[in-house]
Design a protein around this ligand. Structure first.
Ligand code: DON
Length: 309
């Protein structure tokens, strides 16, 4: 489907208005390298299903993908073990913060979905099976690079180390799940892999390109890394769980599946139409990019994009 409005004009306008909003939220404070990122940055990139690409603002500046990486991780884990992943992790929104431990006790160490931290740690533990962390991360990077058709995507070791040093809460989740038999590796090993996964750096343009694998092979765009059914299911999870306890609000305001990260990035898919990445480091109270969410709301409105059309 054609974009309703000239895409470059829309992106330039969003960057000049929303991108300049002084009320920008707060950078993630619990990971040292993220706390120090300049909050005045804003970038947005769109890859249309017909192959055209557009970007504006700081769209070529790499940032920490953080939880956006969970989209690629779940695709990799599903590729490895198929639907048996769902015996270890659910497919329901949690209605709680991304790092909450509350439901884990009630639900016997089986996390609600693969996008909250507990579920993502199990997902990492799954694609780690039978490999060293280095091999497993190599496989993940290969997936992301293939998806983006870009070999210049890397893990930021300083961010990974900083997160590892402050990961007490994630370690608690990992140990708790291990006590329920829902972690196959030593928590140190799974957590080390998880923290490096979260530390994959990408620019908006790289991320939007990487997200094309969820467009379902429209017009043969991008490499076909997952089946159409699997892409649809990942999108369903992004719609219902991709923004944690802010998922309902994001669906209400944007109407498209998206996955956020505390680095301030959001990957959004307009199914069959576009893969979109937006980045602004300041976060709202849910831990999702404040201006990124506002920008996506404006873009979806300008192009009349919604899965509810
Ligand atoms: O597990 C963590 O705390 C981070 N590495 C990732 C969290 C994250 O990005 C949550 N997103 N909004």
């Amino acid at each position: 489907m054609e974009a309703v409005n000239p895409m470059q004009e829309v992106l330039d306008h969003i960057t000049a208005t929303i991108g300049q909003n002084p009320d920008r939220g707060t950078t993630a404070q619990y990971i040292p390298d993220l706390a120090n990122v300049d909050p005045n940055q804003f970038g947005i990139a769109v890859c249309l299903a017909d192959g055209r690409e557009f970007h504006a603002g700081d769209a070529l500046t790499p940032f920490s993908s953080q939880s956006v990486s969970k989209v690629f991780a779940v695709a990799l884990a599903l590729g490895k073990v198929g639907d048996s992943l769902w015996s270890r992790v659910g497919r329901e929104p949690s209605g709680l913060a991304f790092d909450s431990i509350m439901l884990l006790e009630r639900e016997n160490g089986r996390p609600r979905n693969p996008f909250i931290n507990a579920g993502a740690i199990v997902t990492t533990d799954t694609y780690l099976q039978g490999s060293t962390p280095k091999e497993a991360l190599g496989g993940l990077l290969r997936f992301v690079r293939d998806a983006a058709e870009d070999g210049d995507i890397h893990i930021n070791d300083a961010v990974a180390r900083g997160e590892m040093e402050t990961a007490d809460r994630n370690f608690a989740l990992a140990h708790y799940m291990k006590s329920h038999g829902n972690l196959s590796h030593d928590p140190q090993l799974t957590m080390g892999t998880y923290c490096h996964q979260c530390a994959i750096d990408m620019s908006c343009l790289q991320l939007a390109r990487a997200g094309r694998f969820l467009l379902g092979g429209v017009n043969g765009l991008g490499p076909r890394l997952v089946s159409k059914t699997r892409a649809r299911r990942i999108l369903a999870l992004m719609m219902t769980c991709g923004h944690y306890d802010g998922s309902g609000d994001f669906a209400f305001r944007v109407g498209l599946p998206g996955k956020s990260g505390v680095g301030g990035g959001i990957l959004v898919i307009a199914p069959g139409k576009a893969s979109i990445a937006v980045w602004s480091p300041g976060l709202n109270s849910y831990g999702n990019s404040k201006l990124g969410t506002e920008a996506m709301e404006a873009l979806a409105k300008a192009q009349d994009w919604s899965v509810f059309n």
